[in-house]
Write a protein that binds this ligand. Structure first.
Ligand code: SIN
Ligand code: FE
Length: 325
């Protein structure tokens, strides 16, 4: 295990990283950034070396596995092309209903047999990343709920979008229409680029520092708003005060050019064949470049964490001195 970013505050790094990684350019002198921890695993299966790393994940680290590729078959390589995406969604995704053996696929265009093969490829990623997550985090066994699986064959650069949807800006994940009520978003990413291109990320300051930055200026939700948003179908369920604060953090960070440019941050390149795992509702992140990536989302109730108090909800409640339900 090695730590690549989040160390040596204020040291600006150009050229090869002394620990052999590729995190460079630290800005925001003196302040810590999200740590990247590297592990040597070469298999998704149960006999890999890393397990029981809940505490690190819950503390807000990125767990990176540079030798853990998601291997495509010869015939699956044809899917590494944006022409399979329908152009409306930024991803091709599988949605898993309760007990469903194969998720429904959205966002793809093509002939029936090709689409079935594409669906099988994405489903294999879901199975492998789930087995992997349960090995890394045995405490979550029986509690991790599988969310969407996505394949992202579209180049990060050049996607047209609004500032709010612009994931090249540092943000924590929070969604206007999908209140989480504190439920955690655990994501397993894998770069499957065939041409050697890294997934280029920035990571930012730790969650608590980020919350402190904006919390004082976030007003309580206007009474009746949550009811109205749910009633009109703008939100899928009630937007709690927790969801309100998380969405405010997401929006304020993305809208704040000074924060985007000057806050503590580090560049991290995830090379092809790298898998990385984060709580994306906690880790400040931005995708700056790259193409062809797999992603699996899992949901986890705060109560099922090893240390619920380390969660964004626990942190916000401690800072505010009251419950956010
Ligand atoms: C994001 O979750 O903000 C984007 C991650 C990526 O596409 O690399
Ligand atoms: Fe995000």
């Amino acid at each position: 295990m090695s730590e690549k970013a989040g160390r040596a505050p204020g040291r600006s790094q150009a050229g090869p990283h002394p620990l052999g990684g590729s995190a460079d350019v630290l800005v925001g002198r003196g302040a810590p950034v999200t740590p990247i921890r590297e592990y040597p695993d070469t298999t998704w299966a149960d006999d890999g070396p890393t397990r029981g790393v809940e505490v690190l994940l819950e503390s807000g680290a990125v767990l990176s596995f540079p030798q853990l590729p998601f291997v495509l078959t010869e015939s699956e390589r044809r899917f590494l092309d944006p022409r399979w995406a329908d152009g409306k969604a930024k991803n091709i995704s599988l949605r898993w209903g309760d007990g469903q053996a194969l998720g429904d696929m959205r966002g793809a265009v093509g002939e029936g047999a090709d689409l079935a093969a594409l669906q099988a490829m994405i489903a294999r990623y879901a199975e492998q990343s789930e087995a992997f997550a349960l090995r890394l985090f045995p405490h979550y066994r029986g509690h991790l709920k599988r969310g969407n699986t996505s394949f992202r064959p579209v180049d990060v650069v050049g996607r047209e979008t609004s500032w709010r949807k612009d994931d090249t800006r540092l943000h924590i994940d929070a969604f206007p229409s999908n209140p989480m009520h504190g439920t955690r978003l655990l994501r397993v990413f894998c770069n499957v680029n065939p041409a050697g291109r890294p997934r280029e990320w920035r990571v930012g300051e730790p969650f608590e520092a980020h919350a402190r930055r904006y919390l004082g200026s976030i007003a309580r939700p206007v009474p009746g708003t949550a009811w109205l948003l749910e009633k009109t179908g703008i939100t899928k369920r009630r937007r709690t005060e927790y969801d309100h604060v998380m969405l405010q953090l997401h929006d304020r960070a993305k809208a704040d050019a000074t924060f985007q440019q000057g806050s503590p941050q580090a560049r991290v390149d995830f090379a092809p064949g790298t898998t990385w795992v984060v709580f994306s509702d906690q880790v400040l992140h931005a995708a700056m470049g790259g193409q062809h990536m797999m992603e699996q989302t899992f949901y986890l109730d705060v109560a099922d964490q090893l240390h619920p108090e380390a969660s964004p909800r626990g942190t916000l409640e401690r800072l505010l001195g009251r419950e956010l339900r």
